[in-house]
Design a protein around this ligand. Structure first.
Ligand code: PXG
Length: 292
């Protein structure tokens, strides 16, 4: 963790950044979050992360007591104060403190806002060259009609249960299927495959978090004139794909080499995956909001 954490209007040392046990984020996972990266002193896709944060908050009827512009300044200032050029930024907004009952309207404080600038390393460096091991998790992705995966809420137990399966299997990541058995996404990343030169990724109505990195890949594919289709996918299509990769803020673009013991393609990062990884690296260091 960095030197200075933003909490409710103040910058304090990490050891002093504390949230009440009565906070509904702690009691119920009643809140929303974002994970953002900064590269070379620029915050990547900050506006899109903020838009998603405000959409998630809206969906759970949580009024963020900052305008998006004010929130943007807070995030920039947090990175600046920690003197970080390359970092991972965790933004958390919970509903605040209330009575012990479930009713969210019982809150008697404004929402709790926290911004942490730190580092994150998800996978060992070699998986970016060798590809990672996937399993299919038995835990299904949340039903969109129950808790919509589009909401980046503090309720991540669905993903954590899947992540426990991944760890116990000794794999790097796991595929989560939706209630119909179609591949939705990985526990903290979106999924793409390549088959006969065509890129495919599950559409948002499959029940996924619509990733910012996923959107970047869609834009890069268009610019590179790589054909791409949003399409429902089965695990069979993952097993038999020519290439497969995952996308996420923390993971960036990471190739997958195996799934449930099947070798995907020739088991090495494919040519389209490699081209997208290279283009992604380029955009991360050239665009973004400068922290000054
Ligand atoms: N699906 C899910 C379920 C996610 O949680 C993504 C896809 C990728 O979205 P982005 O916008 O990052 O491309 C996520 C992202 C963490 C962590 O702490 C989780 C995410 C992002 C960063 C860190 O494990 N989730």
């Amino acid at each position: 963790m960095g030197e200075s954490v933003y909490i409710n209007g103040q910058f304090v040392p990490p050891s002093e950044a504390k949230v009440s046990v009565l906070d509904r984020g702690y009691l119920y996972g009643d809140g929303v979050f974002e994970g953002i990266r900064a590269y070379n002193g620029r915050i990547f896709r900050l506006d899109q992360h903020l838009e998603r944060l405000y959409r998630s908050a809206k969906a759970i009827v949580l009024d963020i007591p900052l305008t998006p512009e004010e929130f943007k300044d807070v995030i920039i200032e947090t990175v600046r104060r920690n003197e970080l050029r390359d970092c991972y930024i965790r933004v958390v907004v919970s509903r605040g403190e209330g009575d012990l009952g479930l009713n969210p309207m019982s809150c008697h404080t404004p929402p709790t806002i926290v911004v942490i600038a730190s580092s994150i390393a998800l996978y060992p460096e070699e998986v970016y060259e060798q590809g990672l091991d996937l399993i299919t998790c038995t835990t299904r992705r949340n039903l969109p009609t129950a808790l919509n995966p589009e909401i980046k809420s503090l309720n991540y137990l669905n993903n954590i249960l899947a992540s426990i399966e991944v760890v116990r299997a000794g794999a790097h990541e796991g595929l989560m299927l939706n209630h119909l058995g179609f591949v939705a996404e990985a526990t903290a990343d979106n999924l793409f495959i390549v088959r006969d030169g065509l890129l495919k990724t599950p559409p948002s109505h499959t029940g996924i978090l619509e990733g910012i990195t996923r959107q970047v890949v869609v834009e890069l594919a268009e610019a590179m004139e790589l054909p791409l289709r949003e399409e429902q996918l089965t695990v069979y299509e993952v097993y038999t794909a020519d290439e497969c990769f995952l996308t996420g803020t923390a993971a960036e673009i990471v190739p997958a080499a195996r799934c449930d013991g099947r070798i995907i393609g020739d088991g090495k990062p494919g040519p389209i995956t490699k081209r997208l990884m290279a283009s992604f690296k380029e955009v991360t260091v050239t665009e973004g909001v400068s922290v000054g």
